[in-house]
Design a protein. Structure first.
Length: 368
């Protein structure tokens, strides 16, 4: 069962010059069923969806509602609707879209809330607090992903003594969340119109990033993707150097918002990758260069730039330190191409086994 996009179905049917009765006859359902599909009362089975996609000559997904749209609608309508949604996570940009949708894209309203808060606030221990409408909040694109399961749990068990007020800063005349996006979304889920916020005064976006990173370092559930976005925006050297290294070799870091056209590979922003990039001697850059020459990227079995592969090469470079050029030459001569990769490397995700395979190849040739 899929969630049908009734508006699109109606448009496609009319464009094809078909009545509901004609479409119903072609796919073997009642005319009233087509009406129910188009108004969103019921959804078709996967088989029926495929039949309609064949008739209209489109991909079945073109007739479905985007899961992210469903999720945003479910959040706004309340947590009871969330059980119908498969996707339970929003990116920062999708979370921002949620707040904009909540205020009907009325940006003047968001600006007016800031002006109201400037005259209606309380000072406690040198900090400024105000109650603002949830819909007036905004989410910077360096924020962490919003886990809806977590936000729902907060909504169901919210305790103002347990959770600090959401920290916001003013940017371009609007409130942006520096820390507490999950708490803010939990208020939407709970159907609450107003939220207590701490207004960070005279704070630039860079300072807000510092606040986010400081708050996040102590959180067990802070993901690598969350840290990557914030660290790149902040310009932390280790992250920026890794990003530049990847881009130089036409490699896309999965979570990076700057997308490379036709990358040779995609890597995840893991701690292990950061550790490799911080090693002396540009070992990771040399590994990237060698992998490009080995031409393993055509494989559909496994990612040749996976962490287990990178770690195997790191150990290989350490073993043959001082003989790197000879080692690289042997590997390019003996291990080049997708056929070799699929037969010998892609069959395991063990860094140790990959290292054993490659070191054996090098050892058999280097002393000849």
């Amino acid at each position: 069962m899929c969630k049908i996009n009734g508006v699109k179905l109606t448009e496609m049917r009319k464009k094809a010059g078909m009545s509901q009765k004609t479409l119903a006859k072609q796919i073997g359902v009642a005319e009233s069923t087509i009406s129910n599909y188009e108004t969103g009362r019921t959804d078709p089975t996967d088989v029926t969806l495929r039949k309609m996609s064949v008739i209209f000559k489109v991909d079945p997904k073109d007739l479905e509602i985007d899961e992210k749209v469903l999720l945003a609608k479910a959040i706004i309508n309340g947590k009871r609707d969330l059980r119908n949604v498969k996707s339970k996570e929003l990116t920062p940009m999708e979370t921002q879209e949620l707040f904009e949708k909540l205020r009907n894209y009325n940006e003047k309203f968001a600006e007016e809330e800031v002006e109201k808060a400037k005259t209606a606030y309380q000072n406690f221990f040198g900090k400024k607090y105000s109650v603002v409408q949830v819909a007036a909040l905004n989410v910077p694109d360096w924020q962490r992903n919003t886990n809806i399961t977590k936000a729902t749990e907060i909504a169901e068990h919210y305790d103002e003594n347990k959770y600090d007020p959401v920290k916001v800063y003013i940017y371009n005349g609007k409130f942006y969340i520096a820390d507490g996006a999950h708490r803010a979304v939990s208020f939407i889920i709970a159907g609450k119109k107003f939220i207590l916020v701490e207004i960070l005064e005279n704070v630039s976006e860079e300072t807000a990033l510092d606040t986010f990173l400081e708050q996040s370092l102590g959180r067990k559930k802070m993901t690598q993707n969350d840290m990557w976005r914030a660290a790149i925006e902040k310009g932390l050297p280790q992250y920026v150097e890794l990003r530049n290294m990847a881009m130089k070799n036409n490699i896309q870091v999965l979570v990076d918002k700057e997308k490379i056209k036709n990358p040779v590979a995609v890597v995840s922003a893991s701690w292990r990758l950061l550790q490799l990039s911080s090693k002396e001697g540009s070992v990771l850059e040399r590994i990237f260069d060698l992998l490009g020459k080995l031409e393993w990227c055509g494989s559909e079995k496994a990612n040749p730039y996976a962490t287990c592969v990178l770690y195997a090469f790191d150990k290989l470079y350490a073993l043959y330190k001082g003989h790197e050029v000879a080692m690289e030459s042997i590997l390019i001569r003996k291990c080049k191409g997708v056929v070799y990769y699929n037969a010998n490397i892609a069959i395991t995700r063990s860094s140790a086994k990959i290292f054993d395979e490659l070191s054996e190849v090098v050892a058999s040739e280097i002393n000849k």
